[in-house]
Write a protein that binds this ligand. Structure first.
Ligand code: HDD
Length: 714
């Protein structure tokens, strides 16, 4: 196997163009003399139909849009590579996993699920985490989410789920939000969704950055080795920067201040050389262990606790190049869980089985032709040769008269590959069964792992789940839906249900009255077939499920942003000291001042402002520093500055001030709440102290200071 790291870029380069030093032409290559005026009968007369230049330009413009993805419409992507760190030939014959150091080009696209293309990045939602591997044996797509389980167990419910969460059909509201009646109506009748609901109500659904979230293949897949033996696996992406989130109040404010927050973060990280990186891991489950657990490996509402099966890291992915053209690459890329290479195969998970149909089908309507594989970003770098022909926008010019197999006129070509020659052969699982529309009894536990997830969270995380549920259900107008949800939540954890109920001014219904316990909700056909139950997890609590119990091994502040609040008279030494210290850590300080232009320093110098208080907001930064300034009392009178500080405090961020600027903190409304043990508030009378700067940086490595939140779960 040869390293293909740059192969996809070489492949794409044949389609790239730019207009530098070129004449302006029509699509037919005719040079244009006047692009500003249409052809008219007289300078004040009507335009002429004969104006082919005008017609071509406007026609093309009229057709510039294609349908957005039905789900995951809002996304951002980048190029990079996958490198094997631990080959696993004993488990899989997939070529791209065979040799340590082998690099395969990839394109990754991250997305929200419910919102439209132009919606905010910070919606409460699962995030898509789709990776296309351009391997030597063809395209492999790992189409994952940042949550390891899913709402539903059977693909037949996917259209219902999506109809319920999307804006309501009569008035197209709300955009990119699950906090509305139809979503919770559906969920309240689908107890199988409770595990996923715990995840989407947690801070996992509001990541700080695409670069700081995990990815999960969700389904159990199969790896197949040379001998044709199958092993079950679950795929995991683990971010090098750790898994971090923002808080919900912050997310909502970011949505207003910068709806492109995640897109910009990914773009800038790559442009500045802070290449996002993840490890790829697999949980390996021998075929003979298929029935060993209290959950069914085929049930996509269940995860395999890492306490039962640890994650083995097999490689790493680095994203190091932004796309040249969003539409051509990020928009036109077409993922498909059915794009597999020899050595990787499917399980019978009924959600996965349905996905295998859905993705090709959706590309046909979105990209408009079965030739979507020819679009440069989708093109395999392994040779493609078959008897598929024609169709809209066919690019390939197939020579010869033979487009069928078997043939003798073409010498039997293209010919089939033996398995030993890399021919794909599905795992020869024996299936001997009746055709039924039924769900296995082993899928009936809808609460066991929801409990496991909830029990694994810290108090801070639990309190965020309570608040999220109060918010979401608080937006639900139909009382009966809220009450049904409280009934379901009480099956997960009574204390959780009661705390949510307080926020809703409601009472948790007696368990017997909840539809699921009656076993029959008249609306819910499923419950007639299958009585939901709770199977306690053999693992009581799993640290891997909590973000806060998993601090990054080597905390880093690389690519983090610090707001440096300045007024005229600011200490130049303090500003430069902090800025330089941040640069050394690959982080960046931004000067925020009352107005754009320059801020005058105490050393008679001037520092350029990056933003004014109108264009910046603390929710767009990871920490706030107020360097010593004799003029800082002016800032205390500025409402925008005080809101800046209040938000930073409320969102548990690091706040530092030195010299006279400490006064600014003292005049903030939160000043009285600051406790001595709040390590996220750093005040230092000495100006531009090296120790202070280092403490500030170390505190940023902690991400947030949750102890500051009053009203914790207990
Ligand atoms: Fe899906 C897109 C992930 C269930 C049908 N899905 C899509 C994308 C991701 C996922 C990451 C965006 C790909 C991109 O960036 O272009 N989907 C998942 C995961 C699921 C899941 C992890 C459950 C484990 N999806 C699922 C089901 C169905 C679909 C059950 C249908 C039966 N998904 C689609 C789709 C999309 C899609 C409608 C929309 C755009 C596209 O495929 O290309 O076909």
């Amino acid at each position: 196997m040869k390293n293909l790291q740059d192969e996809k870029q070489r492949d794409l380069s044949i389609n790239k163009s730019d207009g530098t030093n070129k004449f302006l032409t029509t699509d037919q290559g005719v040079r244009i003399n006047d692009d500003n005026n249409s052809l008219k009968a007289g300078e004040r007369g009507p335009s002429l139909l004969e104006d082919f230049i005008l017609r071509e330009k406007i026609t093309h413009f009229d057709h510039e849009r294609i349908p957005e993805r039905i789900v995951h419409a809002r996304g951002s992507g980048a190029h990079g590579f996958f490198e094997v760190t631990k080959p696993i030939p004993e488990l899989t014959k997939a070529g791209f996993l065979q040799e340590a150091g082998l690099k395969t080009p990839v394109f990754a696209r991250f997305s929200t699920v419910a919102g439209s293309r132009g919606s905010t990045d910070l919606a409460r939602d699962a995030r898509g985490f789709a990776v296309k591997f351009y391997t030597q044996e063809g395209i492999y797509d790992l189409v994952s989410n940042n949550i390891p389980v899913f709402f539903i167990q059977d693909a037949s419910k996917f259209p219902d789920l999506v109809h319920a969460v999307k804006p309501e059909p009569h008035n197209e509201m709300p955009q990119a939000a699950s906090a509305h009646d139809t979503f919770w109506d559906f969920i309240s009748l689908m107890p199988e969704s409770m595990h996923m609901i715990m995840w989407v109500m947690s801070d996992r659904a509001i990541p700080r950055s695409y670069r700081m979230m995990e990815g999960f293949g969700v389904h159990t897949f199969r790896l197949i080795n040379e001998a044709g033996e199958s092993t079950f696996v679950k795929f995991h992406w683990k971010p090098k920067l750790g898994t971090h989130a923002v808080v919900w109040d912050e997310a909502q404010k970011i949505s207003g201040k910068n709806p492109d927050f995640h897109r910009q973060d990914l773009w800038e990280a790559i442009e500045t050389g802070n290449f996002p990186e993840w490890e790829l891991g697999v949980q390996i489950i021998p075929a003979e262990d298929e029935h060993k657990y209290e959950f069914d490996l085929l049930d996509p509402t269940k995860l395999v606790p890492e306490e039962l099966v640890p994650v083995t890291i097999v490689g790493r992915m680095v994203l190091n190049k932004n796309p040249d053209n969003f539409f051509a690459e990020t928009e036109q890329i077409a993922f498909h869980p059915g794009h597999v290479v020899p050595g990787i195969d499917f399980s019978n998970d009924p959600l996965l089985q349905g996905r295998l149909f859905s993705y090709t089908d959706t590309q046909l309507s979105r990209l408009g032709s079965p030739n979507f594989h020819e679009i440069p970003i989708n093109r395999s770098i392994a040779p493609v040769s078959n008897n598929q022909r024609d169709g809209h926008m066919r690019q390939e010019i197939n020579k010869g008269r033979v487009s069928y197999h078997p043939n003798s006129l073409g010498g039997g070509c293209p010919y089939q590959a033996q398995i030993s020659e890399g021919g794909f052969a599905s795992f020869n699982e024996r299936v001997d069964a009746h055709k039924v529309r039924e769900r296995s009894e082993s899928f009936a536990d809808h609460f066991g792992q929801a409990k496991l997830f909830f029990n694994s969270q810290t108090d801070t995380e639990k309190s965020h789940i309570v608040k999220a549920l109060r918010f979401e259900l608080g937006k639900v107008e139909t009382t009966a839906i809220r009450v049904r949800m409280l009934g379901l939540l009480s099956q997960v954890d009574m204390q959780l249900a009661e705390k949510v109920a307080i926020g809703l001014g409601a009472i948790v219904p007696p368990v017997l009255e909840t539809p699921i316990n009656k076993g029959v909700s008249p609306e819910n056909e499923m419950s007639r077939k299958q009585e939901p139950k709770t199977v306690d997890s053999s693992v009581a609590s799993s640290d891997a499920l909590s973000m806060l119990k998993n601090p990054t091994n080597s905390p880093t502040i690389a690519s983090r942003k610090v707001a440096i609040i300045c007024a005229d008279g600011v200490s130049e030494a303090a500003v430069m000291n902090m800025k330089n210290a941040l640069i050394k850590e690959d982080a960046k300080g931004f000067i925020i001042a009352p107005h754009l232009g320059s801020v005058l320093t105490d050393a008679d110098g001037a520092i350029a402002a990056d933003f004014s208080f109108l264009t910046a907001s603390s929710v767009l930064f990871d920490a706030v520093y107020i360097p010593h300034s004799q003029g800082c009392s002016i800032l205390a009178k500025n409402e925008d500055v005080m809101e800046f500080l209040n938000d930073a405090y409320k969102h548990c961020k690091v706040i530092g001030a030195d010299g006279e600027s400490i006064e600014l903190i003292n005049s903030a409304s939160f000043a009285l709440k600051i406790t001595n043990d709040d390590a996220g508030i750093l005040l230092n009378s000495a100006i531009a102290s090296e120790t202070f700067t280092q403490n500030f940086i170390a505190a940023m490595g902690e991400h947030r200071f949750w102890e500051r939140e009053t009203n914790l779960y207990n």
